[in-house]
Design a protein around this ligand. Sequence first.
Ligand SMILES: *Cc1c(COP(=O)(O)O)cnc(C)c1O
Length: 389
Amino acid sequence: MNISKCALTSSYRHYFPYISNVRVPFLDLNAVHSPIRNQLEEVFSNVLDESYFVYGKDVTEFEISFAGKHGMAQCLAVGNCTDALNICLKMLGIGAGDEVIVPAMTWITDAEVVSNLGAAPVFVDVDADTYTLDIDKVKAAITPKTKAIIPVHLFGQMVDMKLLMELARSHDIKVIEDCAQSHFAEQSSEKAGSIGHAAVFSFYPTKNLGALGDAGAILTNDKDLYNDCRKLANHGAPDKHGHEFPGMNSRMDTLQAAILNLKLQYIDKWNEERRGLAKIYSNELSDLSAIQLPKTAGSNTHVFHVYNILIEYRDDLKQFLKEEGIQTQIHYPKALPFTQAYAHLDHDASDFPNSYRMQEEGLSLPLFPGMTLEQQSYVIEKIRSFFQK
Ligand SMILES: *Cc1c(COP(=O)(O)O)cnc(C)c1O
């Protein structure tokens, strides 16, 4: 294998493990993009003509419309969601000696940002049915050092924000929603990202609303926080040269913003399509008692970033599907307390039984806008035939 082929294969691995005989990919971004290819190319060409590649007008346009669609006062476009969270927590003054409550089952961002600020992530288990923060366990984890809670709307369904906000307000704790997997999910008609003190978003290419590279954003109604975050992301300056403190460089490219502005026209339709596909999976697999299907809490509108099932023989099913050309994923192979990065905290499975079960039994099935009914029927048929063996 030559070097460029190697590099290609390994970079694809970041999205999903490479399998050679793929019949149904976990996610086919071409299927998402091909219906709007002409429009995407028009965006490229406009940005090229304009030649204002950083802080171009598309970025401001995106900030205004993304904030507006959430009924929020301010949006700050940044480089990615990990930066967004780092910027937010730092400007909220989180640092050494502070504790931040983080779900045990999520992407590493939520814990690593806290650790890198010198604060301590305090892991809390997720609910067995919704896979989002268990509010009773959050309550039990609060100490006088708790400065913030990061509810992650995992897989596309929101944490019980009503209960969480009541709890947080009564202890004067900040809530920063992680909406990386939940663009335009709702709870009692309120949108993900519009309830906490601030919210962070990822537009990594595979997310429900994805750029064609890295991008992220912060939403908040707190004007001071917004101004502070804006400065931090711009070398500590409100403008080009007025550096008030040592900051950093975290910007959304004009091109990414322009792509997102286009994609915002389609996100509702894409989320609807995801819900439709999820419903078909749930109907067609409902009689298989060995599988726990995803459950949506009554007040939630799920956006199914991930359709995750639990099954005791997960590894066997995954292998079987792989042999049949079906790509699946595990979200996530290790709950955060069980990664090497947090092994020093010395947790064991009984501390986070639901997160541990997800790590051992969770399997995410292919689901994306543009997935054909033939592809989905094939997945369903193969899962059923696994149980007939
Ligand atoms: C993708 C993701 C992130 C990180 O987003 P980046 O833009 O890649 O930094 C954070 N949290 C969750 C829950 C995610 O799924």
